[in-house]
Design a protein around this ligand. Structure first.
Ligand code: FES
Length: 212
């Protein structure tokens, strides 16, 4: 969209649907919390000013386990704020910034750097529902809004389409004792909508509630 607002992808994009389901889940949880808080919460806000949204530093949050990931099957999570969707995926081939025994587990912001649609993941040989004529030659992120394609084994660099920038990569660490995977930061550029085009990743920390 010309005004730069985030836009939903076509309904048939299954990974994007899953991403929306994750966000919907967070929305449902937030609604439940609000309902449970009831009058007590209203009273608190009436007596205390609302806190500034955001965080000072990137949190360390468990997002998966190396033994729980199947090749080509993404897991969706919010990070570093609860309104910032990402996908974690085991590519099956070594990747730039990859973690795990095969250095093939990566995670990226799921908000397209072009105009903010939520894009999906394609395994090699797969086609997006919005373009059956396209077949992924490697593991990619594919945005059905305008066809931007991101090379997941190479830092989500732009392979084709109108996106001007690669996708921000989530920095991951693995606990060797347990196999747990932790998100510990984000690489540049800033997530779309958080000072678009900037390399200042501290902007990713403003405008929402940090995940815990
Ligand atoms: S929003 Fe245009 S290609 Fe993704």
């Amino acid at each position: 969209m010309a005004d730069g607002r985030r836009r939903e992808p076509p309904e048939e994009d299954e990974p994007a649907d899953a991403g929306r389901r994750v966000l919907l889940k967070y929305g449902v949880v937030a609604s439940a919390i609000i309902a449970a808080g009831g009058i007590a919460a209203i009273t608190r806000f009436a007596t205390n000013p609302a806190p500034t949204t955001g965080a000072a530093t990137f949190p360390r949050v468990k997002v998966g386990n190396v033994n729980g990931l199947a090749v080509g099957q993404p897991v969706y999570f919010a990070y570093p704020l609860d309104n910032e969707p990402n996908l974690l995926v085991k590519l099956g081939v070594p990747a730039k910034g990859g973690v795990g025994p095969g250095s093939d587990i990566v995670a990226f912001s799921q908000v397209c750097q072009h105009l903010g649609c939520i894009y999906g993941y394609l395994t090699p040989g797969a086609s997006p529902p919005c373009d059956p004529s396209y077949k992924a030659a490697e593991p990619v992120g594919y945005c059905c809004c305008h066809g931007s394609v991101y090379d997941f084994a190479n830092g989500a660099q732009v392979l084709s389409g109108p996106s001007p920038r690669p996708q921000p990569q989530v920095q991951l660490e693995v606990d060797p004792a347990t196999g747990d995977i932790f998100a510990v930061g984000m690489g540049p550029p800033a997530i779309f909508g958080h000072d678009t085009g900037s390399n200042d990743v501290t902007n990713d920390l403003q405008g929402g509630t940090p995940v815990g």
